[in-house]
Design a protein around this ligand. Structure first.
Ligand SMILES: [Zn+2]
Length: 723
């Protein structure tokens, strides 16, 4: 079974007609009886360039964004939605993605799975997002961005519990009224294109809302979840219906701004000051000297024709823009860089502002990639400005500094350090590339992917840079296939997904109730009775599951407790799906009562080290900056280790200061607070810095608060008194 037509009363009551697009074959709804195409096909051009579709907005740049965002959020507030503040751009609450890629990502997986209630219902939000999949097209296409705000209205229905706010018909009505009544869009210009959606394990019916050739919104009706035995199939994957029915919408703020400004490209609408400034610095007007090109006309026509690259020059000529390929290139290449730089700077403000530190791994890699793209484009444009200069200009015109968690000084310092590293990398680059390409024949046309990946991931050398060095070092025929940068970003994204998957291994135990964790009630409990629920042989050992235990299983970087059951030594304790498994050397009878004993000396040492890690981490954050985050931790009996994210190697002085502050905390704070809060409340009260140790797994979050010094979600065992 697949999904049928999106046939809604709102359509029939408001003069819509369903038709099949003559170009794409997709079904769409329109009030315009003469319409043959869906609005988003190769046959459809942008109609708003030079003649804005949305009326009443004379601003440009950040003022335009602010006014558009307010208009949207206000509209939905008036329709009974609660406004929710945007979440961070770094998806700290998830372990399968690094960056927030859509507004719904904020609610996945804990809200969308039904584990945690939404912060409001229905709600409206404008969520900053980053997507690097089209990074190569940014600047060149006239419309692509790596960072954007996704405005949305979300609904979480539970029809089985009688909780239904609204569904498809009302959703489309809200959207249509926003477009026509609130934004003054010509009703005949709007088409609703049926196109089922799937992603992140969920799926459902969906419509894309196209206006003037531009996709302005997507309305997704998510009521399906991935299920191998499901009876609905979308794009080859099987789904079944879920208890929770979710409306997931996405309205691209910047696209609304473009449609309201009617500028030749989206970049002039949202980053006008940056574009003018970079044009001036580049001496862009000189490129046009001696030609009779009307730049706005050229760019407008190019944006309209963006889907038709091959025939671009002929078609431009038909429209009265005569240009040869060489001139077109000399204009469009520098322009695409001028456009891409503010986009990338905006993404960096979002990422580093949120406390990210550039590195060669995970989200840090994505930031470094963008930094190096900016530096390369800057060099290609021959600009005599530093990365920090670019950032300062961007902060002045395009970014609300108060939204940054990072300090402006810290942000600029990180960029300065990254620029120094880039310069070092350029100096060393030639030898590194030559070494890696040693066995590649000089007449090769491509560099193997694996070499490019390695140079990128371990040496921080972007593929385009490697190609440049290779060309000047004798491999003159090599080139880079287009889309490689996006592939690299994708590769890093899927590594996160893989890592998230591989941590959820299974041991194949029978279905058992969750083990009661007595160590949370009292960390000093050293013995108790329990019932044996399961005992099975594994190699020379026996795996034992009890109804309750005071032995802490290995987790969160903390080694497991040891002890004994009925006098038999416990050599390992692990946890799987809330079931605690003790490894012992002898078998026990299921159903019998046993006595459990904890090795309290080991526990005390583990708690010493674990509590100390919290105090030292808090001290490092206080002293070094909000970007200091736990990158890894290990708490054992003889020592503990804490890895933190910081842009520079810690100096002797840094270490001394951290030690001093930690000791001070031990002196001043007498008791720790331990609490267990529902996810939504924990997020709200403490923010996402809470999840230093990784994404939380359950609906409730255990929190350790050490005065005002440090607060973290942590499932480990800690002292009640730090000292
Ligand atoms: Zn802890």
């Amino acid at each position: 079974m697949s999904l049928g037509a999106v046939d809604l009363p709102y359509f029939s009551e408001n003069g819509f007609r369903r038709a099949q697009c003559s170009a794409t074959g997709l079904w769409f709804w329109s009030r315009d009886a003469a319409r043959k195409t869906c609005g988003d096909s190769q046959e459809d051009e942008y109609t708003f360039i030079g003649s804005p579709l949305i009326s009443g907005f004379s601003e440009t740049g950040s003022a335009l964004k602010d006014k558009m965002r307010e208009t949207f959020l206000n509209f939905f507030e008036q329709q009974g939605h609660t406004r929710v503040e945007p979440y961070p751009i770094l998806a700290r609450w998830r372990d399968d993605i690094h960056l927030t890629i859509a507004s719904i990502a904020v609610f996945q997986p804990h809200v969308t799975s039904g584990l945690v209630p939404p912060p409001a219902n229905p709600l409206t939000i404008s969520q900053p997002c980053i997507r690097l999949t089209d990074v190569d097209a940014v600047g060149a296409s006239g419309r692509h961005l790596t960072t954007f705000e996704m405005m949305a209205h979300h609904v979480f229905n539970r029809p089985k519990d009688g909780e239904v706010h609204y569904w498809m018909n009302e959703c489309v009505e809200f959207c249509d009224r926003l477009f026509t009544a609130a934004l003054g869009i010509d009703a005949n210009e709007i088409t609703y294109v049926e196109n089922p959606w799937s992603g992140g394990g969920n799926a459902g019916a969906a419509v894309e809302v196209i206006v003037g050739g531009l996709e302005l919104a997507t309305l997704v009706f998510m009521n399906l979840q991935e299920d191998e035995d499901g009876d609905v199939e979308i794009k080859g994957i099987k789904y079944s219906e879920m208890d929770l029915q979710i409306i997931d919408t996405g309205y691209g703020l910047e696209r609304f701004c473009w449609a309201a400004a009617g500028t030749p490209t989206i970049y002039e609408a949202i980053y006008p000051e940056s574009v003018s400034w970079l044009k001036e610095l580049t001496g862009f007007s000189q490129i046009l000297e001696g030609t009779d090109i009307n730049l706005d006309e050229l760019l407008g026509q190019m944006s309209r024709l963006l889907a038709l690259r091959k025939v671009l020059i002929t078609r431009l000529a038909e429209r009265g823009v005569e240009i040869d390929e060489q001139t077109l290139l000399s204009v469009s290449q520098p322009l695409s860089r001028i456009y891409a730089i503010p986009d990338h700077m905006h993404a960096l403000c979002n990422m580093l502002g949120d406390g990210l530190v550039p590195s060669n791994a995970k989200a840090g890699y994505l930031a470094r990639m963008l930094i190096r793209r900016v530096l390369r484009m800057r060099d290609e444009l021959g600009l005599n400005v530093s990365l920090s200069d670019l950032a300062e200009h961007h902060l002045q015109f395009n970014f609300e500094v108060s939204r940054m968690k990072q300090t402006t000084a810290g942000f600029l310092q990180i960029l300065q350090l990254e620029e120094e590293r880039y310069n070092i990398m350029l100096r060393k680059g030639e030898n590194v590339v030559k070494g890696m390409l040693k066995s590649l024949p000089l007449d090769a046309v491509e560099i193997p992917d694996e070499i490019l990946f390695t140079l990128n991931d371990t040496h921080g050398m972007a593929p385009a840079l490697v190609i440049g060095i290779a060309k000047s070092s004798g491999w003159s025929n090599v080139s880079l296939r287009s889309g490689f940068a996006a592939e690299l970003a994708q590769r890093h994204a899927s590594q996160a997904k893989q890592a998230a998957k591989s941590t959820s291994k299974k041991r194949g135990l029978p279905e058992l109730p969750p083990t009661k964790k007595l160590y949370y009630d009292d960390v000093w409990m050293t013995n108790h009775n329990a019932e044996v629920l399961h005992c099975s042989k594994e190699g020379d050992d026996w795996l034992v599951v009890l109804n309750q235990t005071c032995l802490y299983p290995e987790g969160g970087g903390q080694a497991c407790d040891l002890g004994s059951i009925n006098g038999i030594e416990v050599v390992n304790v692990q946890i799987e799906n809330d079931i605690i498994i003790h490894t012992i050397s002898n078998s026990l009878d299921v159903g019998t009562q046993v006595s459990v004993e904890l090795s309290i000396d080991r526990r005390r040492q583990l708690m010493d080290h674990h509590t100390a890690v919290h105090i030292v981490g808090g001290a490092a954050r206080t002293l070094l900056g909000p970007h200091v985050y736990q990158a890894g931790a290990n708490k054992n009996t003889d020592s503990a280790r804490l890895d933190i994210t910081h842009h520079s190697r810690l100096s002797r002085n840094d270490l001394d200061e951290i030690e001093k502050l930690s000791n001070q905390v031990l002196q001043e704070i007498k008791t720790t607070e331990k609490m267990e809060l529902p996810r939504a409340q924990a997020d709200k009260e403490f923010g996402f810095d809470l999840y230093q140790g990784g994404a939380p797994k359950g609906g409730d979050v255990r929190i350790l608060k050490i005065g005002e010094h440090d607060v973290q979600a942590c499932g480990g065992t800690h002292h009640d008194e730090p000292a």
